[in-house]
Write a protein that binds this ligand. Sequence first.
Ligand code: ATP
Ligand code: MG
Length: 370
Amino acid sequence: MGVEIRVEGLTKAFGSQTIWQDVSLTIPSGEISVLLGPSGTGKSVFLKSLVGLLKPNRGHIWIGDRDLPYLSEGQLYETRKLFGVLFQDGALFGSMNLFDNIAFPLREHTKKSESEIKRIVMEKMDLVGLVGAEGKLPGEISGGMKKRAGLARALVLDPEILLIDEPDSGLDPVRTSFLNQVFVDLNAQINATFLIVTHDINTARTLPDNIGLLFRRELVMFGPREMLLSSEEPVVRQFLNASKIGPIGMSEEKDISELEAEANMGLEAGKLPPIPPQQMPSNGLIRPTQHAPGAWCAAHGVTPPPGSFIDELGRNWVEEWPRYVASMSAVAGQHAGPPPGPGPQGPGPQAGPPMGGPQGGRPQPPGARY
Ligand SMILES: Nc1ncnc2c1ncn2[C@@H]1O[C@H](COP(=O)(O)OP(=O)(O)OP(=O)(O)O)[C@@H](O)[C@H]1O
Ligand SMILES: [Mg+2]
């Protein structure tokens, strides 16, 4: 059931270049979190620090009772087995076919027999919709298939924590939507803790339970999706609405004269757009870490922007949610799971209704593979 990651006062510099400083956040276990930030703000460096590939200059990364930066090599090796990582470039071995690529961590880190390895590899290939492509080389498949092969490889050791760096870079919007569906379905099945770095604003708005934003060498905010999507904080608001108006400029930060010119022209950020419904599993499950839509806003006295939580069929998911949970429970013989109590960032994530989800309260069949 996933593992919580607690980061305290983390600082990373390369020589005199501070990448980020005093980063503190708790990534809740079993939930999907997304990390955003302009290019070069250190998102990949952050993921690499979490898995112990880069050593921070200061601070702590608690994985259970283990403080990652201060572990011995042996302890770090053991702790790394909790992680599955999908690097920004996929990092597949070009001369190995997909089967061997995906089997690699099992052959490297376990003493499993080849028949057992085959069973696991085929199971993970099935999970990401790659059955039939075992014999292909990375150079013979599409970008989307490479991402899914990288994901299958990240999954073979049954990770408690999945770190995924820009799964959507180089993918068209349709494939990005399908890949996001794979993440949601996967999270519902394996309940691992997901941290996904993305530049895709639609993904950030619809996929996660929590959102974090790195800017100007700091973590500007981290918390439940509804908290950030209803936030008036200028950087958060500009980034999550992909707006030109605000403190972020082409070279990361606008200078004073640019901001003054903006103010003089009377330019100001528009109204916050509606909070969209959260993407739901297509496989008839409800993720154990999901909360009811609008729950965070209600608990914090925040009025969500008009039109929030309404899907493309006009259904208001604040109202639909209890019915949906009841019908899903009846069908799947499960329940939505207890909402976790208030955590360090608030009461935790909020539930999400489906994007193109079940009709008439019936579970939707598994999403199409591409
Ligand atoms: N091993 C390294 N040694 C020195 N500097 C590094 C190293 N790795 C990254 N950097 C620097 O750290 C900064 C942040 O890099 P990082 O790759 O984490 O950015 P990012 O937020 O992931 O960007 P993008 O969105 O473009 O992927 C950059 O200035 C980069 O040059
Ligand atoms: Mg990066």
